[in-house]
Design a protein around this ligand. Structure first.
Ligand SMILES: [Zn+2]
Ligand SMILES: [Zn+2]
Ligand SMILES: [Zn+2]
Length: 802
């Protein structure tokens, strides 16, 4: 054997061998070819392979080059990869390795993760819109840097056989790309081309194929003429119509029985939306991010003129950009028609139908704006199957644009909003699903695997593995059998792809929720404990978990309703949370829920409750003449008949909206509070009402003086502004007093009311100014969509102490 002895080789550090371990999102994202390219460039020998823990790399060569390789492995990673840890050990060079190869995967239990779905990447767009490319206008273009992942994968290891693309054998050209480490499609599991991939078909509402030259062109023609088209996407179907066609929008509302709920719209790019929404750089970045969420953007006054009936009365409009190739094809088709109208027929850089060649059009303003709403009739989960879609959407869609690639798991669009001060901008989730699921949230520490099944409304589930929590996509309200079915389906899918067996199951304190029942059934079947977690404790614990805080904190839970430890309905709580335990330091003064469950849907009833508490019950019937029940309500309130009380802040919002005449009966959950926020936006800066609230020594915060003032207010805009300003001051005062009394200076805010931007912004500013550290939900929604994370974290800590 030539060369120096191994020990000398190390000392002189000339040549060595390094074994590296990379963990994180490193499989199915082009990580191995990336490593291969780096090794080629630096002239290093060795290999790279996937294994249960992530990626393992062995390199041999000059020490200096190996250091450069290690540094670049940290700094330059493929767009969809996320490196969590990089560690290595060195050994003397052997001289046995002559080249660098990509090895087969080593078997073993999975500790890695399937990636999230992302929008078409710029390289794929360039191919799609190049008439000379074999993927010209291909509706299923993707590569290792983009496309579907989570929604088409059944389990690990992540390879084509485990995806719904298994049904489409690769053609020789695609096969060559798939096998070539130098190609962008090396092991791109869902790859396809027009020769071997799925096809698009346009069908009638009863499932008959519609004969047409081009399904995309015909879809666009129908949309332009005012039809409603169901379009199969990544994690479900959308119902689409032309946003510039008011009758079509109205028809969609009517057929979907979604009379007033805001719709989201899809536009080609940021240049196309500048006239009707405010957009700063941070928001533009969010909108254009590969996750492609629906972003709530502040409406300009012109928005309601341009799109009447899309988000009536609200300050915000949900906007997203195209993310699947099919979306892009529709906008491309529309851009072609536009250029044809502009007599661009002679333009050599366009196809026979006038569709622009190249990608320049992608940046230019386009007039096509589509309403895109989840195809979930009756609030049930998204339709995903072609047959199911035809059956369920027949009465709503005029035609359906289908394709042959199966959706493995339902996944809605995510909804986000930029929050925080400029420069520190971060996002708040309103709904977390496509693009973000199943990304892990790191917990403060490791523990037993927990399955948490969430609550009732806006439900999600959460599974933990080690120190990572995986919160599922939005499942929705468990008020229908289909949603309950989806809860079970998503639970199984998440357990399958994580390959864990939970040793604890967590649930809400309320035993009657479907999620609670299912949790208890699973716990019994698996022979593991079921831990019940109080609703608002879970809200605060979710925030603590994502901020990796385990010490004592104050928790300000501003919410709709959740079952309290004392059996009453809570929802405006000041808690002290210490690991798995909590105590209730204070709560909002309760209001009677006049008429029980109906009170949560009919703000006039909460207004009546407030009038009753103000000793003005005799005004109820006079103030609400349109409500037949109004005559009886004073009587019922006096006798406390069917009037359980609740400390929910959501109901105080409803009471304010009812007193100001903003809304008597809600068309959807949270509507009154959202309209009130919209009015307060118009009011501008308003000072808090002097003596507008009472802080009792027992920890109760009573806002009754504020409501007394609102009961006599004639201007709803001023009233809404006054309500918000006084509420922020009252809550901040309350929290600060508790912080002083208990010597705890970190406050976590959770609960659905924090989706109100005036409230969350106001509290953040004021509490920070008082010297408190404010923590908010940033990786999951503050509403019940984040509950499962909090339950999981509490249950994990409890089982540690058990
Ligand atoms: Zn791509
Ligand atoms: Zn092919
Ligand atoms: Zn809640």
């Amino acid at each position: 054997m030539n060369g120096p002895a191994p020990a000398l080789s190390l000392n002189h550090a000339d040549r060595l061998q390094r074994r590296l371990r990379v963990t994180g999102i490193v499989q199915g994202v082009g990580f191995r070819p990336h490593v291969w390219h780096l090794a080629q460039e630096l002239n290093l020998a060795g290999w790279v392979r996937n294994d249960a823990a992530g990626v393992e790399v062995l390199v041999e060569g000059e020490a200096e080059r190996i250091d450069a390789f290690t540094q670049r492995l940290r700094q330059e990673i493929p767009p969809l990869a996320l490196v969590r840890d990089l560690s290595w050990t060195d050994a003397p060079a052997t001289g046995d390795l002559s080249d660098f190869s990509i090895g087969e995967s080593a078997a073993g239990q999975a500790a890695t993760m399937i990636g999230h779905d992302t929008a078409v990447c710029p390289d794929c767009l360039a191919e799609m819109f190049d008439p000379a490319d074999r993927r010209w206008r291909h509706a299923f273009v993707n590569c290792t840097h983009c496309g579907p992942r989570y929604t088409l994968t059944r389990g690990l290891p992540y390879d084509r056989a485990q995806t719904s693309m298994a049904a489409f054998p690769l053609c020789p050209d695609c096969e060559r790309e798939y096998r070539d480490p130098a190609d962008r499609r090396f092991h791109a599991e869902p790859t396809a081309c027009p020769a071997c991939g799925p096809k698009l078909t346009l069908v009638t509402p009863n499932g008959q194929a519609i004969a047409c030259d081009d399904a995309v062109a015909d879809t666009l023609r129908r949309l332009r003429s005012g039809q409603i088209i169901a379009i199969k996407g990544l994690g479900g179907f959308h119902l689409a119509c032309d946003a510039h066609h008011p009758e079509a929008v109205w028809r969609l509302r009517e057929r979907k029985q979604r009379e007033e709920k805001p719709f989201a719209v899809m536009a080609a790019n940021r240049a196309s939306i500048a006239d009707w929404v405010e957009l700063d750089e941070g928001e533009a970045e969010l909108l254009q991010s590969p996750e492609r969420p629906i972003c709530l953007l502040r409406k300009k006054p012109s928005a309601d003129d341009v799109f009447p009936g899309i988000a009536p009365g609200l300050a915000w409009l949900g906007v997203m950009l195209p993310y699947t190739p099919v979306h892009w094809l529709l906008f491309h088709e529309a851009a072609g028609q536009r250029s044809r109208c502009a007599s661009a027929l002679t333009n050599p850089a366009s196809s026979s139908r006038g569709q622009p060649a190249g990608t320049a059009w992608i940046e230019q303003p386009q007039d096509l704006v589509l309403v895109m709403t989840s195809a979930n009739p009756n609030g049930e989960p998204l339709a995903i199957d072609n047959g199911e879609a035809v059956a369920r959407l027949a009465g709503i869609a005029d035609a359906l644009l289908l394709h042959e690639r199966d959706i493995v798991v339902r996944c809605d669009d995510s909804v986000v909003r930029q929050v925080g001060d400029p420069g520190l901008a971060s996002i708040q989730f309103i709904r977390r699903a496509r693009g973000y699921t199943p990304r892990a949230i790191r917990l403060p520490r490791s523990g037993p695997s927990v399955l948490a099944l969430g609550g009732y409304l806006k439900n999600t589930i959460c599974v933990t593995r080690g120190d990572e929590a995986f919160v599922s996509q939005h499942i929705g309200g468990l008020d229908n059998p289909a949603a309950c079915g989806m809860l079970m389906e998503v639970t199984q899918h998440l357990l399958d792809i994580l390959q864990v067996t939970p040793t604890v199951v967590a649930r809400d304190l309320h035993p009657d929720f479907f999620s609670s029942g299912h949790a208890m059934a699973l716990a019994e079947r698996w022979g593991v404990p079921a831990v019940a977690v109080q609703h608002h404790h879970a809200h605060i614990a979710a925030v603590a978990a994502e901020h990796e805080v385990s010490g004592p904190i104050l928790g300000l839970a501003l919410d709709g309703v959740g079952l309290g430890s004392d059996g009453t309905a809570w929802g405006g709580e000041l808690l002290r949370v210490d690991g798995p335990r909590f105590s209730r330091l204070g709560h909002l003064a309760p209001l009677p829920l006049a008429g029980g469950d109906k009170a949560a849907k009919e703000p006039w009833r909460m207004a009546a409750a407030a009038l009753h508490r103000l000793g003005r019950g005799e005004e109820i019937a006079r103030r609400f003449p349109a409500q037949p029940a109004a005559k009886q309500l004073h009587h019922l309130l006096q006798r406390s008949l069917n009037c359980p009380s609740s400390s929910s802040l959501g109901r105080w919002f409803d009471a304010a909206a009812g007193l100001l005449g903003v809304r008597e009966v809600m068309a959807y959950e949270g509507q009154a509070a959202m309209l009130l926020e919209g009015l307060a936006e118009q009011a501008g800066a308003i000072a808090a009402l002097d003596k507008g609230y009472i802080l009792h020594d027992d920890g109760r915060l009573d806002l009754l003086p504020l409501l007394a003032r609102l009961a006599d207010e004639t201007d709803p805009i001023h009233g809404a502004g006054l309500f918000h300003a006084t509420l922020v001051q009252a809550l901040a005062d309350w929290t600060e007093r508790a912080a002083r009394q208990h010597g705890v200076h970190t406050v976590a805010m959770g609960g659905g009311c924090l989706l109100n931007a005036i409230l969350s912004h106001g509290l953040r500013q004021r509490l920070s100014a008082l010297g408190l550290t404010v923590l908010e939900a940033r990786q999951v929604p503050p509403n019940d969509g984040g509950l499962s994370l909090g339950q999981a974290w509490v249950a994990m800590q409890r089982s540690r102490y058990a």
